[in-house]
Design a protein around this ligand. Sequence first.
Ligand code: ADP
Ligand code: MG
Length: 295
Amino acid sequence: MAKIELTTSEQACELKEVETPSKAAPLVVDFKNVSKTFDAGTSRAFTAIKDVTFSVEDIPKIGEFIGVLGPSGCGKSTVLRLIAGLAPQFPATSGSVLVHGEPVTEPGPDRGFVFQDYANFPHRTVLDNVAFGLECRQVPEKERLERAREWIAKVGLDPKNDGNKYPHQLSGGMNQRVAIARTLIMHPRIILMDEPFGALDPTTRQRMQDLLVSLWRELEATVFFITHDIPEAVYLGDRVFIFTPSPGTIARQFAVAPPDRPAREMQMEPAFLDSVRHVRSLLDKLEDEKHNQTS
Ligand SMILES: Nc1ncnc2c1ncn2[C@@H]1O[C@H](COP(=O)(O)OP(=O)(O)O)[C@@H](O)[C@H]1O
Ligand SMILES: [Mg+2]
């Protein structure tokens, strides 16, 4: 495969285009010519994604972080929900979607999903929200609450003060921390994040980016992270996928430098800003092409 190796500081924010890896290593996720047409066969038929092909290798003890960028409605959520096995995006109309070499048939605990609107349970406390997955797995109460307290602390909340609060008593950033803890406590091998920080103010957002990087390093999972924020994708990603406007397909893939410094520091550096400009102009170009075709 085209290796993603940008580690020295001169290369830090250079963009290298990458090919989809060959089949040599085991693959965590493998899409081949995946298309999804909603309401197929009716007058409302709408093709959301077309011929999406990519693969992500299972890199032992690392896990890759993939930033997903593309215009609204290009099918980014569709791709994540196909990996998760969530209807109505799942199943695909054609093509193959493999996770750890097997066709996806349903959602599973190996894949955790974090949404923009957190989706915490309103009538459960923070502690019971975070412990929910373990409760479903019938982990004894003492153990699950202990692990939930650990995760509440890991996401930067205070188990004593915040553990007994309800979601409506928390800020957006705190709610998203709870949602992240609730998902990661299950140790999914694949973490699917659909614009998770989209509703947060810029300062909270950068803090959450740093938090995510540290948790991801610890979990060594593969992450797919959808965002509209180009700096966020370039900062967080090892690789960035750029989708075309609808029907979406992957126009380009870039290797970007891993986030080895705090968000606030790295996002000010000229090389980083160059990468962001490059990605932005590519996205603009794709949108212009689409606009010229349709006008
Ligand atoms: N259940 C559905 N039925 C019909 N069209 C849908 C459905 N879900 C999504 N779409 C359409 O598919 C396209 C891609 O949607 P989505 O994957 O949510 O895009 P993105 O996440 O990139 O904004 C959009 O045009 C959307 O309106
Ligand atoms: Mg979406």
